[in-house]
Ligand binder design. Structure first.
Ligand code: HSE
Length: 411
């Protein structure tokens, strides 16, 4: 039986998961590929650290030693940051290796260049694990929705943020304790600000934008917010309206305009993202032919992410067609100031241009606080919040039903 030689760049949570799957699923891979998969090299950062790797395998911190492995077929990258991964993968492509990456920051920044380089060198590039962990969203968009135009995505793309928001709501734990728990479970990035300030979800949604439309909106035009400022009482107030606060990455395509946003939103009970809890991610997407679909599953963690990589690996080796559906044409970023619905917490008597759909005065820690659903445009809302800095505002996710039910006023 022939061999497929693989190098792993990075041996953290994800890299070690891929290694373990390759060792444990040899027979299955033999059947699927007709060849024996051999891990020939592992690139690590700290040579002194103990690792459970077969001593016959080259383990090194020198990328040149990895790239010098004769007849290396595939390089799998699971390190963080744009560099050094971009340089390593570019060299691997030039050497004729197929590449697979789990690195969303790298792929958001340099995916187009890597795809171009791979095509010039007649090798394949796969990145399923870079978006939504174990959920096969890239494969679904690439392979199964080629004719549909995806007109909207609303998605939970950061497992850590979703875990933290669920944990705070379910256990009334503090933000710090919930974050610590996400780190202990291996969900959060080494620098958790990537998760809790929305960078991670931002990278993932722009990768989806690039995949669907062959382009990304100007990054400066994308609103990106994280979950740091969400207080427990906001979560409770939203709940009393029948809403949950979720960290949502969205993409809307309308009249050749593309709008991408990342930040907390409130979702109603019948919204597809309402029931997505813990480390799960979910993508609610609307195709012009199929209507709305939801894909849900673990968005982070060792084996879910390694699962996405090993499935990519089989697809890459079997040479299945993976052309991206470039549906773009000329896109612009939507800058129009259209009316939308907002969940507004705080006491303000200022008149505003718009409609109050629902208003309740709710007892919050002994104080009466007004929470409202209002329909107005963003600029009017900005005017209101500038005038009254106590107001806290969450957009209502697009497919949420309004109003849900009357809020319960507690004494
Ligand atoms: N830190 C990321 C998350 C890992 O929590 O979703 C998966 O990309």
């Amino acid at each position: 039986m022939g061999k497929i030689k693989v190098a792993l760049l990075g041996f953290g949570t994800v890299g070690s998961g891929v290694y373990e799957i390759i060792q444990s699923y040899q027979e299955r891979l033999d059947i699927l590929l007709g060849k024996r998969v051999e891990v020939s090299g592992v690139l690590i950062h700290d040579e002194k650290k103990e690792r459970n790797i077969n001593p016959e395998i080259l383990v090194t911190s020198d990328i040149n030693q990895i790239l010098a492995i004769p007849d290396l077929d595939v390089v799998i990258e699971a390190i963080v940051g744009v560099e050094p991964g971009y340089t390593y993968l570019s060299k691997a492509i030039d050497k004729g290796c197929h590449i697979i990456t789990a690195n969303k920051e790298l792929f958001a920044h340099k995916g187009r260049e890597l795809k171009q380089r791979a095509s010039e060198n007649n090798v394949r590039v796969s990145y399923e694990a870079s978006v939504a962990g174990g959920i096969p969203i890239i494969g679904t968009l690439r392979q199964l929705l080629k004719v549909n135009s995806v007109v909207q995505i609303e998605a939970i793309l950061n497992g850590t943020s979703n875990f933290i928001l669920s944990d705070i709501r379910n256990t009334q734990s503090s933000f710090q304790d919930a974050l610590q728990s996400a780190q202990d479970k291996g969900y959060a990035e080494a620098d958790p600000s990537n998760d809790i300030d929305g960078h991670d979800a931002f990278y993932k949604i722009v990768i989806l934008s690039e995949l669907l439309f062959g382009q990304q909106p100007d990054w400066e035009s994308i609103t990106r917010k994280g979950i740091r400022d969400i207080a427990l009482n906001h979560i409770s107030l939203a709940e009393s309206f029948g809403f949950r606060i979720k960290h949502v990455a969205s993409l809307t395509y309308k009249n050749k305009n593309l709008k991408v946003e990342v930040g907390p939103k409130v979702v109603s009970e019948d919204h597809p993202l309402y029931s997505v809890e813990g480390v799960d991610n979910a993508i609610a997407l609307t195709g012009n032919l199929v209507g709305q679909l939801k894909l849900q599953g673990p968005g982070a963690g060792k084996f879910p992410t390694a699962s996405a990589i090993i499935e990519d690996f089989v697809t890459v080796i079997n040479g299945e067609q993976q052309s991206d559906p470039l549906k773009g044409g000329t896109l612009t970023s939507i800058s129009e100031d259209s009316t939308q619905t907002w969940f507004v917490i705080g006491n303000s008597d200022d008149p505003f241009e718009g409609v109050t759909l629902f208003e309740e005065s709710i007892s919050d820690q002994g104080k009466h606080v007004t929470a409202r659903l209002i329909k107005t445009n963003r600029s009017e809302l900005e005017r209101l919040t500038l005038k009254n800095s106590d107001l806290v505002v969450y957009p209502v996710a697009s497919s949420s039903s309004l109003p849900i039910r009357k809020a319960v006023v507690t004494a």
